[in-house]
Unconditional design. Structure first.
Length: 288
């Protein structure tokens, strides 16, 4: 029973921290009590404990609570242990400089991907960088599909077992059959595609592999819907895949050669990723 109560207390504390994280200007105790739904005495104990651990701080001037600086310390420990960031940093910078595009690095986290590094080139492209910490469904994001395509069928099934497929764009699969077709295409072409906005902008991504040929992460590039990027699409995709291979090599990794996974589905595994055209052509202009 004590373990259950401890778990409940932890969940309540995490809930309070998430509320504070989303509050841009902090919250008064009353606001925090309303938002969390916790009784006054319970919330007071939680907040005081987190203040002691520097996870929450109280500003006496405006009487508001905010996330504490202890999070920076914890984040620093976690950040330093993401080895893939260390080996990818220089290559990401070079890719951003040579392509003129915003680039990012994502890793697989359950059935989603999370951005762990990004370089903003919006001054040249007009497109903001992907925010660090952003989570996206693995089955629909460019990085997620690049990573899933590098896994065997059993691993893909395990990751996506409870996922509900939702459409919304040309390149977001609505069934496991559609995803199978997309993953097969990702393997053939060496990178994945994602629609990112209504203006036609998109993202491309390629997987990075560790020493056991397992996908450790994926690097991606944001591309505007029209203009300069389309005129050099073939060059940009070659730069992206070459950078992924470079990071894999520098990290002591090996590219995957496992067969394409086939997901269980009663739906036909047929999907044309870009209207009636092949997903990407080796030369010439190709729309996102």
């Amino acid at each position: 029973m004590a373990a259950v109560r401890g778990g409940q207390t932890f969940s309540k504390a995490i809930g309070v921290l998430r509320i504070l994280a989303e509050a841009e200007n902090g919250l008064t105790f009353t606001d925090l009590m309303v938002a969390s739904g916790q009784p006054k005495a319970t919330l007071h104990r939680l907040v005081q404990s987190m203040i002691e651990e520097r996870l929450v701080r109280y500003d006496g001037e405006d009487r508001r609570y905010r996330l504490g600086y202890g999070f920076l310390e914890l984040a620093g420990f976690a950040w330093s242990r993401l080895d893939i960031r260390v080996f990818s940093g220089d290559s990401l910078k070079t890719l951003s400089q040579s392509s003129g595009e915003s680039v990012f690095l994502e890793i697989l986290d359950g059935d989603a991907t999370i951005v762990v590094d990004a370089i903003d080139n919006r001054r040249q492209t007009g497109i903001p960088a992907v925010p660090i910490g952003r989570r996206s469904p693995a089955y629909s994001s460019a990085a997620g599909k690049a990573l899933l395509a590098a896994l065997d069928a059993a691993s893909v099934e395990e990751i996506l077992g409870g996922v509900r497929f939702e459409g919304g764009s040309r390149h977001r699969p609505t069934s496991r059959g559609e995803l199978s077709a997309q993953l097969a295409l990702v393997r053939r072409q060496g990178f994945a595609l994602e629609d990112t906005d209504d203006d036609g902008s998109c993202a491309i991504a390629a997987a990075i592999f560790d020493s056991r040929s397992r996908p450790a992460g994926a690097i991606g590039m944001l591309l505007p819907g029209t203009g300069r990027a389309h005129r050099s699409m073939a060059a940009l995709t070659r730069m992206l895949t070459a950078t992924a291979a470079e990071i894999t090599h520098n990290w002591g990794g090996r590219m995957s050669s496992s067969p394409s996974p086939t997901l269980h589905s009663s739906a036909p595994a047929v999907l044309e990723l870009v209207d009636s055209e092949p997903s990407w052509l080796p030369e010439g202009d190709v729309p996102c």
